[in-house]
Design a protein around this ligand. Structure first.
Ligand code: 7RM
Length: 630
């Protein structure tokens, strides 16, 4: 695959990709191993929508991540695993070792009856086995759905049931910082509600006591016993599903975003190589968890497709101290570091002393993802981490887009702090106004849409294509609507301003207001809830819940605690509201719709101008809420 090495070359490639997209992507796809070449490069419409890339082709993700590199990179490190506790020894796996582990586990999956198309849920901590399990699923043609290990048992069972998984893969327990999480116990609770699960494979990570259910639960080591370290990868059809990943939307339950074999592979490989300007033998460190799309695309698949060395870090940025990321960079001589703005902002508060004893000279490129980065944090990152020598790639993308869409290309695109800058080749962004017209020219702002397919885009919501159409292709006809607002400045550079829907981005985690509201409503004293986001110095956005309760609440503090606990149980601790205000009523229109605009203003602490409140059923509630604002 050819790497973009100058801005002129980027402009040429961009032009080529827009004028002749099929020719452009066929060329990129040429560098992969195909069991069978495609009949057509692209077949699409955004009305159904239907998108097919490389139709007729056959390939396998795992073969392209592993087998393809064995000839030249068998002994090169594929994964460096850095444990939570820095005093424990780290692990590294060469491409040969990873290949053998994946083959063994693929054979184990087949032995227990997992075949093409079966759904497998992976609920593992940040250990190499997570990548091994993903690659083994891909190898046998099973569809993985990774659930972030911070999700609660009910979130886990919801996901397992939604896509009807047959198998769950988990571990006994994990430490994150000093906190122990008993994953198998959480999984056991989930498995009480999941009739479709036949087996549960358990990786013994911490020697923590667990209950093993006879006939259902199998230790990982027993599963792979006597399994061969050779396995022929299944030849998958280009549009066969590769994985499902759940993500929150503005309404309803989380959506199972489905990505397919060939297009996703081509897209993440291409974007990894170019966005980070990856060079052979470099060490790449993405701090995202494998449970999120960033972990899928740029911790596992993108790096491995390119034969890179990828660092998987089990711990957290502030354990044992606030310099841990920089310890990992120093220890493993990391060349490319990719993290979320929230991590940068939080480390910023502890000052610059942590950098004193750390050698960060190996760093060459820095990246950010997940939420808008403010200029201040950008400069802090550039100065203290990059020593003013490393380009920062502010990568904008989504679970639904599979890979990065708008981002600088390291060492190629002239940077502008806090701007995602320009679309990658193959990506055609447009800004639309409220009435659906394209906003042309520069120095403008609108809703960000994409008007042409790219190979890495999601194909559907598992089991609900209608919802896929509704959510992304109905707001604006013939466009993919991202849900983000965006500015295009006088130079044509893009700056993402944040969600324009009811999705809240807390520390780079996507949270649907509806989900949190439903969880809070489970409390016996709660009648109705409205949750909105508000600006938060570290997290980007915080969650502010307005709650109506029955009767008179005498102990508000314990009620708040109980509500927080319910949210942690129903969703996960990361979704616990930052502020909970007990209110007598919510601002509703005559038709009963909550006016969130008003609540957002109050949550922001900006009550001077609440806009038009004349359509409210009872304007007096606004005054009451204002008076009690937190
Ligand atoms: C990769 C990921 C997607 C949402 C997206 C945006 C926000 C992501 C940036 C960003 C500004 C960025 N997937 N977002 N990257 N906002 N600048 N560089 O985060 O599905 O979990 O979230 O995240 O609002 O729509 S995600």
């Amino acid at each position: 695959m050819q790497q973009i090495s100058s801005f002129e070359q980027y402009q040429q490639q961009y032009k080529h990709s827009v004028e002749k997209p099929e020719e452009f992507w066929a060329e990129v796809a040429g560098s992969f191993v195909w069991t069978k070449k495609w009949d057509t490069v692209l077949d699409w419409n955004f009305t159904e929508p239907k998108v097919k890339w490389f139709d007729g082709a056959q390939c396998n993700m795992s073969e392209n991540c592993l087998d393809r590199h064995l000839e030249t990179k068998a002994n090169q490190t594929a994964i460096i695993w850095e444990p939570n506790n820095p005093n424990e020894t780290f692990r590294s796996l060469t491409y040969k070792e990873l290949y053998e582990e994946v083959c063994r586990f693929a054979n184990a999956l087949k032995k227990i009856g997992i075949t093409r198309g079966d759904r497998v849920c992976i609920y593992l901590p940040m250990i190499p086995e997570a990548a091994i399990a993903m690659l083994a699923c891909a190898r046998v043609g099973a569809v993985h759905t990774v659930v972030f290990a911070g999700f609660s048992s009910s979130s886990l069972s919801d996901r397992i049931n939604d896509c009807d998984c047959k198998l769950l893969i988990t571990a006994d327990a994990v430490y994150r910082g000093e906190k122990k999480i008993d994953l198998k116990k959480i999984a056991d609770d989930a498995l009480l509600q999941t009739p479709g699960i036949k087996n549960c494979i358990v990786y013994n990570h911490r020697d923590s006591p667990v209950l093993m259910m006879e006939g259902r639960d199998i230790w990982w080591t027993d599963a792979v016993k006597d399994c061969s370290a050779e396995n022929v990868a299944e030849a998958m059809q280009a549009e066969d599903p590769l994985f499902i990943l759940y993500t929150s939307g503005s309404t309803g339950k989380p959506k199972g975003i489905l990505h397919t074999a060939a297009g996703y592979m081509v897209y993440v490989a291409y974007t990894f190589l170019n966005v980070f300007n990856y060079r052979d033998k470099e060490v790449f460190f993405c701090t995202a968890d494998v449970g999120w799309v960033t972990g899928h695309s740029y911790l596992v698949y993108g790096p491995l497709l390119n034969g890179a060395t990828t660092v998987m870090f089990e711990g957290i940025p502030n354990y044992p101290d606030h310099g841990r990321f920089w310890d990992v960079v120093d220890k493993h001589k990391v060349n490319i570091f990719y993290t979320a703005p929230t991590a940068i902002r939080s480390l910023e508060t502890y000052g610059e002393a942590v950098f004193k004893s750390k050698d960060l000279s190996s760093l060459r490129v820095l990246g950010t993802v997940g939420e808008p980065i403010n200029e201040e944090a950008w400069h802090w990152y550039h100065r203290n981490v990059g020593k003013e020598n490393c380009p920062i790639v502010d990568t904008w993308w989504q679970t639904e887009t599979g890979g990065v869409l708008i981002s600088p290309i390291a060492n190629v695109t002239p940077l502008k702090p806090a701007f995602a800058t320009l679309p990658l080749p193959g990506v055609q962004p447009v800004l639309l106004n409220e009435t659906g017209e394209e906003i042309h020219g520069n120095d403008v702002q609108g809703n960000l849409c994409i008007r042409f397919p790219w190979p890495g885009m999601a194909r559907t919501i598992y089991g609900d294509h209608n919802r896929f159409h509704q959510t992304y292709f109905s707001t604006y006809k013939n466009y993919y609507f991202t849900g983000d607002g965006c500015r295009r400045d006088e130079d044509g550079y893009y700056r993402i301003t944040g969600r324009v829907d009811d999705v809240i981005n807390v520390s780079g985690h996507r949270i649907g207001t509806g989900e949190v509201e439903d969880a809070i409503d489970e409390h016996s004293l709660v009648i109705e809830t409205a949750v909105v986001g508000y600006p938060h110095d570290i997290k980007g956005q915080g969650l502010y819940a307005f709650v109506i309760c029955t009767g008179t609440i005498t102990d508000e503090e314990s009620l708040r605690k109980e509500i927080g606990k319910i949210v942690a149980e129903k969703i996960g601790a990361f979704a616990r509201p930052d502020k909970i205000q007990i209110v007598a009523g919510l601002p509703k229109t005559r038709s009963g719709k909550i006016m969130r605009r008003i609540l957002r203003k109050i949550a922001e602490g900006d009550t001077s101008n609440l806009g038009d409140t004349t359509t409210l059923l009872d304007p007096a509630v606004v005054e009451q809420i204002k008076a009690g604002a937190l």
